[in-house]
Ligand binder design. Structure first.
Ligand code: ZN
Length: 327
């Protein structure tokens, strides 16, 4: 037994039958939440394993949720408990307990610890975009760039620096728990190399502070500017380190990965599947390669809607869709 199996068994419908193979069957609580009519034929099945894991399967609407010791408390398990009528404070307590246990296991094995991030300074003479008083061709070009890319001053605190190495770059601070722990300076000149000057610490995930408790899911993309458009998180590349995965799993939300439409994005999809996360490959025009381009064409609201609406968590369906999407 475990805190999970105890809680699930407490809140499942009281009217249950046990099959010889150990499955409990009862009227599934999930179906009408998934667009099906309510189950009256006892098609919900749950098995509790001796190690404390549980596995739920609905033979009516197809909804599944499971947990095994050492695994995260998934958003699907949370939904199942909610649909069974478990109060949110109980669910949160259980989720926290699982998280603590898992962190204990991880700490003991010393495989990976949660990364810590030091506070770092922004580039020399950096000023907030909204505080610029020195309007010259460089600072004006920055403002023009922002307008052309649909970037607004209320997305985050953008910076600009008049110093030589930075005056043609839009500076985006990296925050963690409210502190500046890194930044990137994106060149606004098409031919300027490197495109990004970045100060980043290992394991960092951009945008974690914005993933507040009231959000049901967290969208994870590659670039910081893309993340800003949809209030998501950015990996800062097309790979997910174990530390980044830990930080994102800690959010205890559905994680929806949106890759760029290129060969690195294909690999990112496989990594997301490996981590048990959702992947969204939205129905955008074929020439659109990332979130920034989608926002230019469709606007922020539709882009966000199309991402949420096509999020998929079945590996089979993700791979089928990826074949078409990457072309
Ligand atoms: Zn169901």
């Amino acid at each position: 037994m475990s805190v999970i199996s105890d809680t699930v068994l407490t809140y499942l419908p009281a009217k249950r039958k046990q099959t010889p193979s150990g499955w409990l069957s009862f009227n599934a609580p999930c179906c009408h939440h998934n667009g099906n009519s309510a189950d009256t034929r006892g098609r919900g099945g749950l098995i509790a394993n001796p190690d404390g894991g549980v596995s739920y399967h609905c033979f009516n609407c197809g909804f599944k949720a499971s947990w095994q010791p050492g695994r995260n408390f998934s958003h699907k398990l949370r939904k199942l408990l909610q649909w069974c009528g478990a109060p949110d404070d109980i669910i949160n307590k259980v989720a926290l307990e699982v998280l603590r246990e898992n962190e204990g296991v991880v700490a003991q094995s010393r495989i990976a610890a949660l990364p810590e991030f030091n506070t770092v300074p922004l580039p020399d003479d950096a000023v907030k975009i909204t505080d610029i008083t020195d309007f010259n061709k460089h600072s004006l070009a920055i403002l023009e760039y922002m307008a052309g890319r649909n970037l607004n001053t209320d997305d985050t605190t953008y910076y600009w620096s008049p110093s030589l190495g930075y005056r043609d770059r839009l500076i985006i601070p990296f925050y963690f728990e409210g502190r500046v722990v890194g930044w990137t300076g994106r060149s606004i000149l098409a031919d300027k190399k490197p495109k990004y000057l970045t100060e980043v610490q290992p394991g960092f995930v951009y945008g974690l502070d914005g993933q507040t408790y009231n959000k049901a899911f967290a969208i994870v993309c590659e670039g910081q500017l893309d993340a800003l458009h949809i209030e998501g998180c950015a990996l800062g590349g097309s790979e997910i380190s174990d530390q980044q995965a830990m930080l994102l799993n800690r959010l205890q939300k559905q994680i929806i990965v949106v890759p760029d439409r290129d060969s690195a994005g294909k690999k990112l999809v496989e990594r997301a599947i490996e981590l048990g996360w959702s992947v969204s490959l939205p129905e955008w025009n074929q020439e659109i390669n990332d979130i920034g381009e989608a926002v230019s064409k469709y606007g922020r609201l539709y882009t966000l809607y199309s991402i949420a609406n096509t999020a998929e968590d079945s590996p089979l369906k993700i791979r089928l869709r990826a074949k078409k999407w990457f072309g």
